[in-house]
Write a protein that binds this ligand. Structure first.
Ligand SMILES: Cc1cc2nc3c(=O)[nH]c(=O)nc-3n(C[C@H](O)[C@H](O)[C@H](O)COP(=O)(O)OP(=O)(O)OC[C@H]3O[C@@H](n4cnc5c(N)ncnc54)[C@H](O)[C@@H]3O)c2cc1C
Length: 464
């Protein structure tokens, strides 16, 4: 039985990676800790349950990483993908602190796979054995052994803040509303992507057709509350990580199994059976995160990736079987597209393909000529039946609108002063680092680094 009338040292809001890193760090620094997790126990752990790896800097080969990934390379990659839209001090702090993140995780029960080179990440991203769920189970076990208390089915509704100082939180837990007091608070409650109405405010009605890849519990309630109580915000509500996923995915929480990796070997058409972007622009790990937005900009936010039998075995299979037909016309009918228009689009594409040496692992010379939009690599005529198609929708991973934090992970208020006992970690502050764009593994790195800092600082505030 957990006593919520007791005044804890540190209240942690959320139950994902950032929250657990904070809770463990705070407890190890001597604080008493209570975690409030909105989800029931079976669904604990937010988006972190779906993860596979994190990104970290290192100066030489390790058991789980090849070569090296020095700070400057990591930082330049970040500048590149965000187009400079990052906070250099926080980003460099994250990169330096990422060096010992795998060892810290290992010490707290996480196990890593030996190098496999998946997605070309062997130099930068160690992969968790058992994925994010195993990682979370390990962290929850450690937290329990340390004496951290966890209350599931408990949504924090609002924070009571006086003159920039946190006093208590209003919590709905198992049907009742309580006031929970603590000396400091760490907010690690994710982005707002599961609140479709909020997405609509940013994107308009089209957001009705978005699928949320992760937890339905990240509804941004704490983000909204902090903004209302004077926290400074960074980022743009439309910025997010969005990929193209199978349109048949459930509305929430399908995780990685409905992501589609066939796009570079396919042509992608919209509901008018027209192509709209270069499917072979670059290697897939560098391009997959732009396709959610591309599909979001198409009529009815839907598209179709079409391949022939030559390419069906070239990518990780998806959860759903593709539509299959012996002719393009028949495939068009199955997809409820204009069959003749689809046939014409495929014919135009096939005629524009210049013969080359197909190599899926290189930016090969298989490209189209005089076609708009071009396909600049991996272009081969679609002429080997059977033909296959996957329907696509925008799949939102997480939003980037964030509370501003300082290097102690303290939430910065609109008067530019940091709130002395309010800390934030993970998705809710990711926009400080990711103004736009994404690199694989960043979500877990931000959560691990700032979770640990927030936990330590929150305990330090209490125990000073
Ligand atoms: C399918 C998928 C695959 C991904 N793969 C990777 C990967 O391999 N590597 C990587 O780095 N990133 C990956 N990401 C991104 C990554 O999951 C997140 O960036 C990271 O897990 C965020 O951690 P977090 O602790 O901030 O949030 P979360 O793990 O989402 O945790 C937020 C928690 O807050 C709780 N919560 C929300 N509101 C409240 C409230 N009001 N009161 C109480 N609790 C609340 C939620 O229930 C949840 O437990 C992936 C995401 C998805 C969806």
């Amino acid at each position: 039985m957990i006593d919520i009338t007791r005044n804890y040292d540190v209240l942690v809001v959320g139950g994902g990676n950032a929250a657990l890193c904070a809770a463990i760090s705070a407890r190890k620094a001597g604080a008493t800790v209570l975690i409030m997790e909105y989800a029931p126990r079976e669904f604990r752990g937010g988006n972190s349950r779906h993860t596979r790896n994190l990104r970290c800097a290192h100066d030489g080969p390790t058991e789980f990483l090849k070569g090296s990934y020095p700070e400057e390379k990591f930082f330049n990659d970040l500048l590149n993908i965000t187009d400079g839209n990052t906070h250099e001090k926080l980003a460099r702090l994250m990169i330096r602190d990422s060096v010992d993140a795998p060892a810290w995780m290992y010490d707290h029960g996480v196990r890593f796979q030996h190098i496999q080179g998946t997605l070309g990440l062997a130099h930068s991203n160690p992969f968790f054995i058992g994925g994010g769920r195993a990682l979370l189970n390990a962290f929850y076990n450690v937290a329990r052994r340390l004496g951290v208390k966890v209350l599931y089915n408990s949504e924090v509704l609002e924070l009571e803040i006086e003159d920039g100082t946190f006093r208590s939180a209003v919590v709905r837990s198992r049907g009742f509303t309580h006031k929970v007091q603590a000396k400091s608070v760490v907010i690690a409650s994710g982005g707002f992507q599961a609140d479709i109405d909020w997405l609509k405010e940013a994107w308009g009605e089209v957001a009705e057709n978005f699928i949320i890849r992760g937890t339905p519990y990240n509804r941004g309630r704490m983000l909204k509350d902090l903004i209302a109580r004077g926290a400074e915000i960074v980022g743009d509500p439309r910025q997010c990580h969005a990929v193209a996923i199978d349109a048949r995915s459930p509305r929430f929480d399908a995780g990685i199994v409905t992501r589609l990796d066939c796009l570079p070997f396919s042509i992608v058409v919209n509901k008018d059976a027209e192509r709209f972007y270069d499917e072979g622009e670059d290697f897939w790990p560098k391009r997959y995160a732009i396709w959610g937005r591309l599909v979001a900009d198409q009529p009815d936010q839907v598209a179709f990736s079409i391949i022939d039998s030559r390419s069906i075995d070239l990518f990780m299979p998806s959860l759903f079987r593709p539509f299959r037909a012996d002719s393009i016309r028949e495939l068009g009918r199955l997809l409820a597209l204009d069959p003749l228009r689809l046939e014409r689009t495929v014919r135009d594409f096939n005629e524009a393909v210049r013969p080359g040496n197909f190599n899926k692992d290189e930016l090969d010379d298989c490209a189209t000529v005089s076609l708009e939009p071009p396909k600049t690599h991996w272009a081969r005529p679609l002429d080997k039946p059977p033909f296959y198609a996957y329907p696509l929708r925008p799949g939102i991973t997480f939003t980037y609108l964030a509370v501003k934090v300082d290097e102690c992970a303290r939430v910065v208020m609109q008067d530019s002063s940091p709130a002395e006992n309010i800390f934030a970690a993970g998705e809710i502050m990711a926009g400080n680092i990711l103004g736009q764009g994404y690199m694989a593994g960043m979500g877990m790195t931000i959560g691990t680094v700032f979770g640990r800092i927030a936990g330590k600082e929150a305990a330090g505030y209490v125990c000073r």
